[in-house]
Unconditional design. Sequence first.
Length: 325
Amino acid sequence: MSNPIRVAISGAAGQIAYSILFRIASGQLFGKDRPVHLNLLEIPQAMNALSGVAMELEDCAFPTLAGLTLTDQAEVAFDGIHWALLIGSRPRGPGMERADLIRINGPIFVGQGKALNRSADDVRVVVVGNPCNTNCLIAMNNSDVPNDRFSAMMRLDQNRSKALLAGKSHLPITAVSHMVVWGNHSNRQYPDFENARINGRPATELITDTAWLRESFVALVQERGAAVIKARGLSSAASAANAAMDHVTALIEPTADNDCFSAAVCSHGAYGVDAGLIFGLPLRTRANGTQEVVEGLALSPWAQEKFNIVLNELRTERDVVKDLL
Ligand code: NAD
Ligand code: LMR
């Protein structure tokens, strides 16, 4: 077995963590032949609960789990790590928007951004805690880690979009590709059905109900998180953990067959997005494990309007946290 990959997970006693930790520890994410050392970060009040999670991890006797570090200090959690999954932050409740959390959760990512300077040279940072795009912006701006190593999760939105298009067309999920979700993990995100493909053909050739696509589909994806909260009384956890697994895998494995995936990354100006914003874009992972933005996707005037709405939302969020950048 090779040297352990070191993975930090914040919010490790929380709900999403409870759905992802066991999958990572079992070797499902980094491979059955790659031992993993988990650095579990929590706030002091949750350290007792975290010790129970650690007991359960130990009791699974996973051959790939090389070790656990439990801490309430970000500097300890991020020391020498190769991956940081920044989940720890407050979830919204019924009737709230994710942006309502911005001044509650944003400050967490100032200190954590600085603490990331202790990580390994090749660290990759994935922000899940909401509002994840702007929290990622804060962490990135407070860290010396290169900007291209930060991303925020749009994958749950991509997965929700694919599930809806597959269901509507009565085809398997695997038939849906090129599912881009532009912009922000918010209710103004734009899930781009015009560029999506089903069985390699434009989705709009198989689903010809334009009213459903423009109104129902887009709104269902935008409001899915709120619908889960309304029904469950708690925000999505297992599907969020699953999306985080998919997100990391997409960053590691070369993207197949001319497809692309969605993640929010630091803009370099493609599609007219302000440089430096953390914006959901179509990406491909090259054979060497780096990412490129897929350029040249066409947006109809209708879609461009949706795109501009979410771009302006992220500009506003950036202004709201400018003292934290
Ligand atoms: P949770 O309340 O169950 O767990 C959050 C954990 O974070 C808690 O144990 C808490 O003690 C811990 N925490 C808070 N501040 C921390 C800090 N400074 N350092 C370390 N840990 C800290 O919440 P959850 O359901 O696991 O959700 C976590 C976050 O993920 C929320 O902000 C939620 O909105 C977000 N989320 C994002 C997506 C997405 O697609 N991006 C999807 C689902 C949930
Ligand atoms: C989701 O999309 O399910 C999460 O971001 C949780 C939320 O607040 O909606």
